[in-house]
Design a protein around this ligand. Structure first.
Ligand code: SF4
Ligand code: SF4
Length: 384
């Protein structure tokens, strides 16, 4: 089989495969004995960048806890056939030196990283990129004043990590521009896809500053599977076209495709190996995406990413992402003239009910998509 193409990873000088494995969704596997498979498969296919994070943890239906860093570390440690250092991206939420230190120490231990400068997991050399996860206006402001940017630079010089990065999920934000222009970072991970093209200018700016760009959310979040099901009779855009659109962006070094099972990643690899659509077709995707994002009001769509629940539970016990998902599905089904009754019925089954929301607003800053959660819960109560 032909190898995946490689692209320059910005100022790191590394060459990374244009398709990389996003290891967030390992926590969505059906069984614990399945979680290593997709990581092995990605390595078998020559993928040389794996994207994980301290927060990518979750509980499987059987009750076992999956920690993405542990899985990635375990798989790499067990391989004896790797011919080059795998690039590992991991991320933490430490925006002060103290919290950063604690998070980094945990991540290194969970991944099983040993050494200085010449970092290894088991017998295999790796290249480690450490990210500030999901910077927002507040977090960036804390990072600028807390001394954590000098701290991470010192940690890099001491050889505990190789490169510094940041990710941000926000659509168009001053802090992303400032972080890029600070020239403190080697790598950035940003969302970009057919339905969310708002960061295209900042991706180009980051490329101009020689940052290696990882494209996340190429499929616009887990909820898109449901949206594509509803859209399939109306447009010819699916996962393949979503991935092609991102791969066609010359400023992106690698597109991070999240997968739970090898079968899912296999389809992404086949897409990456196939020729890209021509320019008129890509332009058509771009226009369809922009129109639908406006028509469907995707800015109010919960993407089922569950980032909000990584460190937070509603004090009322409300499963607010599920409420938002049901509202999104209900609204989209109605736009497409489909039967939406099942979503109302599922909503009425939820306990505690959304009506018990105190409108305290604690959940709102935790949404990576800036959803107005309390207001949307009120809307759910009205509409569903
Ligand atoms: S606003 Fe409502 S859903 Fe959000 S944390 Fe407060 S009570 Fe829970
Ligand atoms: S509420 Fe926001 S952060 Fe939580 S699952 Fe939905 S989109 Fe993701």
């Amino acid at each position: 089989m032909q190898p995946l193409q490689r692209r320059r990873f910005g100022k790191t000088g590394l060459m990374v495969t244009e398709l990389s494995l996003g290891a967030m969704n390992l926590r969505r596997a059906a069984r614990y004995d399945q979680v290593d498979r997709v990581v092995h498969y990605a390595l078998d296919q020559g993928v040389n960048l794996i994207d994980t994070a301290r927060a990518y943890n979750g509980q499987l239906p059987g009750g076992e806890t999956v920690e993405s860093e542990v899985v990635v570390g375990r798989v790499i440690a067990g391989r004896k056939d790797l011919r080059e250092p795998v690039v590992i991206v991991t991320k933490g939420h430490g925006y002060t030196p103290e919290k950063f230190d604690a998070d980094l120490e945990t991540s290194l231990a969970k991944l099983g990283v040993a050494g200085r400068h010449d970092l290894r997991i088991g017998p295999n050399p790796i290249k480690l990129v450490y990210f500030f996860h999901g910077i927002s206006e507040e977090r960036w402001s804390e990072m600028k004043s807390s001394g954590v940017l000098d701290k991470i630079q010192a940690v890099k010089e001491a050889g505990l990590i190789h490169y510094i990065g940041f990710s941000s999920h926000y659509k168009d934000a001053v802090e992303i521009r400032e972080a890029i222009e600070s020239d403190r970072f080697d790598v950035a991970e940003l969302p970009y896809n057919i339905f969310n093209q708002s960061l295209a200018p900042l991706i180009e700016l980051a490329h101009g500053h020689d940052l290696g760009i990882i494209n996340m959310k190429a499929f616009d979040g887990n909820e898109m599977a449901e949206l594509f099901r509803l859209l399939s009779e109306h447009i010819e855009i699916g996962y393949r076209e979503m991935l092609q659109f991102c791969l066609a962006n010359p400023f992106i070094a690698t597109v991070d495709a999240g997968a739970i099972y090898p079968e899912q990643f296999q389809a992404d690899i086949a897409t990456a190996l196939a020729p890209l659509p021509d320019a008129p077709r890509l332009e058509e995707y771009r226009r369809i995406g922009l129109r639908l994002a406006a028509d469907l009001n995707l800015s109010e769509l919960c993407r089922d990413c569950r980032h909000c629940q990584e460190y937070f539970a509603c004090p009322q016990g409300i499963d607010f992402p599920t409420v938002l998902l049901l509202l999104s599905r209900y609204r989209l089904a109605r736009i497409f003239g489909k039967d939406a009754a099942a979503y109302s019925a599922a909503y009425r089954e939820l306990k505690p009910a959304a009506a018990q929301c105190l409108q305290c607003g604690q959940c709102e800053p935790l949404c990576e998509y800036n959803l107005k959660i309390p207001a949307l819960l009120q809307a759910a109560e009205r509409e569903l």
